[in-house]
Design a protein around this ligand. Structure first.
Ligand SMILES: Nc1ncnc2c1ncn2[C@@H]1O[C@H](COP(=O)(O)OP(=O)(O)OP(=O)(O)O)[C@@H](O)[C@H]1O
Length: 302
């Protein structure tokens, strides 16, 4: 799937601003951004719930708006606007058989029963966790190759989350499906995704493979003489924490040349720490002012 120069203007405001990326089969990609950065709008655009102000989406090199049947290769449920509420799984199955020619009705019924979801009760009466699980079962059974999930694990308890993830991950592995998942919970995404798309103010600011980034990006705690961070360090690292004498910084890369230069400042401590997805994203998504604010509000600085 190829997304080219996608933009969306709502009320004369550019909500999605010239976004381009490609999704390969079998990839699990995280769509990461803070509240209001444009994730849901991007999903709605991809799924044709909104008209595009500009740009195109291609599946198998075909423009999806000129070959509408290609929308059956895409699964997306809008958590705000959908028509499932008054329907039971059996009714939902009927509707989805119309929408998705490859819908696997028997498999859907089996998975609903196996996961102890009531077949005849309406979606509205399901708990949030049950609704989340049903959506994931539905996604799988449409046989769409591209599954777009907006905060799918939000509000699911530990056990249901595990069930949902097992279903999704085995589907990707067995059938080379592609998942685009948004989540605020970076810890949760860290163990699932291969790649992260970082969205900020409607723009795609980063697109990286986690393996590569974890190889390159380094998190370091450091102390310098006189408790002063050399400007060379602040130029090369995003300082994410200051605790007394200790500063913690994230270096987008830490080459031998940078290390050699830093050694000239005779650090008292310069020690690498394990890095998480959250660290990487914080260093890319938040700017210095936001980081200072979140540190003042959250972690202790004494
Ligand atoms: N229909 C609309 N009319 C006006 N503004 C909108 C509309 N839809 C989205 N926006 C605005 O576009 C911006 C992006 O919203 P969107 O819901 O896509 O963000 P998000 O990243 O999904 O946020 P969250 O993580 O909070 O769900 C926000 O500023 C929002 O107010």
């Amino acid at each position: 799937m190829k997304v080219e120069h996608l933009s969306k203007e709502i009320d004369q405001r550019l909500i999605i601003d010239d976004i381009s990326f490609e999704l390969k089969r079998g990839e699990i990609v995280g769509l990461i951004g803070r509240n209001g950065e444009g994730k849901t709008t991007l999903f709605r655009l991809l799924a044709n719930h909104y008209n595009k102000t500009a740009g195109n989406v291609f599946i198998n090199e075909e423009n999806i708006d000129r070959h509408r049947d290609l929308y059956s290769q895409l699964f997306y449920i809008d958590s705000q606007y959908h028509s499932l509420n008054g329907m039971s799984p059996l009714q939902i199955s009927k509707m989805y058989q119309e929408l998705y020619p490859m819908f696997e009705a028997d498999r859907f019924k089996n998975l609903v029963v196996r996961n102890e979801l009531p077949l005849t009760k309406t979606y509205r009466t399901y708990s949030k966790g049950m609704q989340g699980l049903l959506q994931i079962i539905l996604a799988i059974c449409t046989n769409a190759n591209y599954i777009l999930l907006d905060e799918p694990l939000d509000g699911l308890d530990f056990y249901v989350k595990k069930q949902a993830l097992q279903l999704l991950l085995s589907e990707v592995a067995d059938h080379q499906k592609t998942l685009l998942i948004s989540s605020h919970n970076l810890e949760e995404l860290e163990y699932i995704i291969d790649r992260a798309l970082i969205i900020k103010a409607g723009r795609l600011v980063k697109d990286y493979h986690l393996d590569e980034v974890k190889e390159a990006v380094k998190k370091v705690q450091m102390i310098f003489p006189n408790n002063e961070l050399p400007s060379f360090v602040t130029e090369h690292a995003m300082i994410i924490e200051r605790r007394g004498k200790v500063s913690v910084g994230i270096f987008a890369e830490l080459t031998d040349e940078i290390l050699k230069e830093i050694s000239k400042y005779q650090p008292i401590l310069f020690e690498e720490l394990p890095i998480s997805l959250e660290d990487v994203v914080a260093s890319q998504v938040l700017d210095e002012a936001e980081l200072n604010k979140s540190q003042q509000g959250g972690t202790s600085n004494e």
